[in-house]
Ligand binder design. Structure first.
Ligand code: 13P
Length: 338
């Protein structure tokens, strides 16, 4: 498939992406925070639960994986990656090796992992991986994000995007504005516009083919500690407005991260945008927490809970699939969830 075909397939009508790319150390931290006992096989078992959930392929086009996950095997010895491909879902890779502090900054970060990336991407492509994701985690606060962090992250994301396309891999460029803080929704709007413009300037400099790339974006929302929170219609209106200003129509799709939003808000916001606006790009999801929070609480690392956790995962994916075409309703969500 060409880059353009892969990019379009990832945002096919009614479908979105599952971000499963939490590295194992962070996964074990999350289990501990949830009070769930872990064992050596927990990461593998959780990954298998996610990748093999019945019905997931109805509303999930692709799965973002860690390098470790691409090498995991099920109890029979079969590759989980191969299983995803057989089910018709598109495997993707998060090829970064961690966030590092930008030298001379007040703790702002950039993703690392550019060394040897050309060769690693070629190897991933040979193993059937068709897209990549690279994230910038920009903090909002007094004087933040700095122009330094915005430019450094835009440049690195664009380099990764260009290297991905060279390998035949569709890049997902993720300039995330983190929702933690006291900032207003207007501040989020203003910074999002600037960050997107600078990100697209870097993509142009690096000769990235926009029709073979996707954007993973945060929604325009107030910080989680801001006393004034906007309603669903306002978040949808401001997010669509900032994208219209700053994201070229050549981009086939924008997929959202959930960023700490509740499951309800992640779905309701996406639905409101698709139900109420005529848009030049597909708007869909690339959620981790808003798909996996509830399934993990049901699972609790107990084999007897796997089927119920998988059903909850498929349900959240289906609801977000409906939201990606503006056909979700809260009543239907509650009814189907039982
Ligand atoms: P969340 O949906 O949990 O924000 O994660 C998406 C993601 O992949 C962040 O890079």
């Amino acid at each position: 498939m060409s880059l353009h075909d892969i990019a379009r397939a990832l945002v096919a009508a009614g479908k979105g992406i599952m971000a499963a790319d939490r590295p194992s150390p962070a996964f074990y931290e999350l289990l501990a925070a949830e009070g769930i006992a872990a064992d050596d096989a927990s990461y593998r078992n959780w990954t298998e639960l996610l990748f093999t959930a019945p019905g997931l392929d109805d509303s999930v086009s692709g799965i973002i994986m860690t390098d470790e996950q691409t090498r995991l095997r099920d109890a029979r010895g079969d590759s989980l990656l191969e299983g995803v491909i057989k089910r018709g879902m598109i495997p993707g890779i998060s090829p970064f090796t961690g966030m590092v502090t930008l030298a001379g900054s007040a703790g702002e970060t950039v993703g690392s992992g550019l060394d040897g990336l050309r060769e690693r991407l070629a190897d991933y492509a040979a193993r059937g991986i068709a897209f990549s994701k690279w994230r910038a985690a920009l903090q909002v606060g007094a004087g933040l994000p700095s122009d330094y962090a915005i430019e450094a992250n835009a440049y690195v994301m664009a380099q990764v995007a260009a290297l991905s396309q060279e390998a035949g891999i569709v890049p997902i460029v993720e300039p995330e504005l983190m929702l933690y803080g006291e900032h207003s929704i207007e501040t989020c709007f203003r910074i999002t516009e600037h960050v997107l413009r600078r990100t697209f300037a870097a993509l142009a400099l690096h000769r990235v083919d926009l029709e073979g790339a996707l954007v993973k974006a945060s929604m325009v929302v107030a910080g989680d500690k801001c006393p004034v929170q906007a309603d669903v219609a306002t978040v949808a209106e401001m997010t669509v407005r900032v994208f219209r200003r700053a994201i070229p129509a050549a981009i086939p799709g924008i997929v959202f991260l959930s960023g700490g939003q509740s499951d309800y808000h992640a779905t309701a916001h996406l639905n409101a945008m698709n139900a109420n606006y005529e848009l030049p790009w597909k708007l869909s999801f690339s959620y981790a927490r808003a798909l996996q929070r509830l399934p993990m609480r049901i699972w609790r690392n107990q084999p007897e809970n796997v089927a119920a956790a998988q059903a909850a995962l498929a349900h959240r994916a289906r609801m977000n699939g409906l939201a990606s075409v503006g056909l979700w309703t809260e009543a239907q969500d509650n009814a189907a969830a039982g």
